[in-house]
Design a protein. Sequence first.
Length: 267
Amino acid sequence: MLPRFLKRLAARFTGSTPPPETPATGGAKTPALKKGDVLAYRSDEAWRAVWVLEVDPWPDGTSVAHCLSYQPLDQKPTVESLKHAEVLIWHSPIDADGVSRGSELIGNRQPAEDDLIGFAEYLRLTDFPRYLELMGQDGHEIVREANAHYLRGNELCEQGRKQEGIAEYDAAVELFPLFFEAIDNRAFTRMELGDFQGALEDFEQSLQVNPDGEAAFFSKGECLMRLGQLAAAESTFKEGRERFPGKKALFDEFLERVRAQQRSGSK
């Protein structure tokens, strides 16, 4: 099993996942932002400031700024005064032109590692190879350690120690957020314990990592059915029989079960 994880991680290193928010285009051109730029804005009798932690260019010539935002200030900030200011949001990906518009550049200060905690967490969940690069961590070692937690979780669940197994799956996913097998096993274990809401959240997380997860998609529908969310379950099973034709009979069977519950008014 471990070689599969290593191959998947290696494949991820060949490309970078773009931020989820597509930058807006058009409008007046503004000076290009640089990493470390500190910008101030005057609005509603208060001053606001953002610090550009990184700038990622897009193929169309636009870019996204990864920003740290400060709480509103009574006086115009300086680069020095912001060292002691309260942080409002540790990280937001924003269209670079939008950040620049209406702002005043008050200086430039390169962020230290402690300043990047929000950006690092964002990368950990959206671009794991880049996160490893930023943090200077060994990807293969991270995956090996995550796999050890995963296998231990399997052992504990087989012994009936399901809550301990869930804790091991938690540790595996915390180390390696792309580990959808660990997310799935955590979800199945929660289903066995009757925690269908927790399992549903896990299956949705798994499908974000691996959208083609057949078992996760079907089980999402089953959780919705068990929770009495019959309209959502019906929609999931209908979509599933189209997306996974090899399991059409199974999706059809559960689709009929949901419709039977809807007709009877039971959950």
